[in-house]
Design a protein around this ligand. Sequence first.
Ligand code: SF4
Length: 173
Amino acid sequence: MTVISSEELKEIKFKGTQVAYAVVCPRKLWLFSRGIALEHSSDRVALGKFVDEVSFRGKEGFSDENVSIDFITIDDELVVHEIKLSSSLEEAHEVQIKYYIYYLRLKGARVSYGLLHYPRLRKIKRVEFGKEDEAKIEEILARLEKTLELPEPPPVINAPYCKKCAYYELCYG
Ligand code: SF4
C-alpha cells in the first residue's frame, strides 16, 4: 500500500539518474542535482551512449518532463528496458528500473517488470516489481529529497567505485 498521498504523487519529479545516484552515493546525487554535471565529459559515459545507440537502434524510447527511459516494449503489458555498460552497480540499476515501473504505475500503466540490458556482457537481467518495492522506492525518494535539502554536499564515501566516477577529481583532487 502506498504511503505517499495523491497530492504528493503529483509532485514526484525525480529523474531515474537521481534515484540511482541516491543508492550509489548521496554526494554524487547532490552534485548532479545542483547542475554540477561532469558526466558528459566522462569517456565512460560517452562509450555508454555509443553502445546504446549501436545496440538498440530503432527502439522507441519514452521520456516526459521527469523520466527518460531507454525503450519500452509491449508484451501483455508494458515492459521497461534500460541499457547499461557494466553490471558493477547492479543494485542501483535495479532501483532505477523499479523507479520507472513505480512512476509508470502511478500514471496508470500496467507494468510489473523490466529488463536490464548489458550488451557488452551479453547479459539481460529481468527485474520484477514486487509487493515490497513500492515502499522501498518511496523510502529512497524520501531520502533523496532530504539529501537535496542539504546546504552543502555530503562527504566523500571512499568507495571502490569512486575511481570510475565522473566526480573523482572534484572529490579527491
Ligand atoms: S567520487 Fe565517490 S564520493 Fe565522489 S561523488 Fe563519486 S562516488 Fe561519490
